[in-house]
Design a protein around this ligand. Structure first.
Ligand code: ADP
Ligand code: MG
Length: 266
């Protein structure tokens, strides 16, 4: 019988070599992330290649450093076009980094994002990082209650328990019960944004990325989102957010980083 121990010697050596490489990467990543941090960007740069009338390079981020730990909220400020949304997307593993890196704690390990496989990035998005995008992409034909329950179902919660938690958060964000069974495609901008927020705040995340979460909300709903952010912090989330109004920023953020549009190469 060909058991596990019967692998050819060369293959076993390759495996050991891979394990050694992984251990070295882990050790380097651990060194880069201070013990109390959950997420760090080190010299992070992002340049887009535009194909308009011939290829052109657009620098969106130039050597950004940041770090954030549990129970902390870091606010990103800067004018429109200074790269705030791009930075959040880089932290979420949506964009390939041009240089620098993102290091984060995921379960019991420390991950270097530029070296993470697609599978690991997906696992990070299920377990570790919650992200509220600036613009909601509506999932067609799925009921609101199911959209909001999904992050809990994915990590093994029962349907009853997930629906109960989803209902509670939808209530807090003032989405009327009669809308819960409908897909949000026909909802107003503010309602869609609140469904988007409910879907993230339904679960406790070690890391939360928020891109202008209150841009189209009225004062009452802004207050609810403020409470949800503060509760998430108290439960231990490390948060990086873009908050378009200064008053809101000052209520939730413990520190701030101001981005300015990078100088473009001529
Ligand atoms: P902010 O959120 O601060 O307004 P963004 O991160 O959206 O800034 O944009 C920063 C710059 O990068 C802008 O000049 C924008 O046009 C450009 N940009 C953002 N995303 C892309 C993309 N996917 N492709 C090309 N350029 C982009
Ligand atoms: Mg933006």
């Amino acid at each position: 019988m060909n058991g596990q121990n019967q692998k050819p010697k060369q293959e076993r050596e390759r495996e050991r070599e891979r394990e050694r490489e992984q251990e070295q990467e882990q050790a380097q990543a651990l060194k880069a992330l201070a013990p109390k941090q959950s997420l760090a960007a080190l010299g992070l740069s992002k340049t887009f290649t535009l194909h308009l009338s011939g290829p052109a390079q657009l620098k969106a981020l130039d050597g950004v450093d940041l770090s954030v730990g549990p129970k902390e909220c870091l606010g990103l400020t800067g004018p429109s076009g200074s790269g705030k949304s791009s930075l959040l997307r880089c932290l979420y593993g949506n964009y390939r980094l041009s240089s620098g890196d993102v290091i984060l704690k995921h379960e019991d390990s420390v991950v270097t994002l530029s070296k993470a496989s697609d599978r690991l990035i997906l696992a990070i998005r299920v377990q570790t990082i919650g992200y509220v995008s600036q613009f909601l992409r509506v999932i067609p034909r799925v009921a609101t209650l199911d959209i909001v329950s999904e992050p809990l179902l994915t990590v093994g919660w029962s349907q009853d328990r997930s629906h109960k938690a989803a209902g509670e958060i939808l209530d807090r964000l003032r989405i009327p019960k009669k809308l819960w069974s409908l897909p949000p495609a026909t909802f107003s901008g503010g309602e869609k944004q609140r469904v988007n927020l409910a879907r993230v705040f339904v679960k406790a995340w070690p890391i939360l990325l928020l891109d202008e979460p209150t841009a189209s909300l009225d004062a009452k709903n802004r207050d609810s989102v403020c409470s949800l952010i503060i509760e998430a912090k108290e439960r231990g989330s490390a948060i990086v957010g873009v908050f378009h109004d200064l008053d809101f920023l000052n209520r939730v953020a413990d520190s701030q980083i101001r981005l300015s549009p990078p100088r473009q190469a001529s």
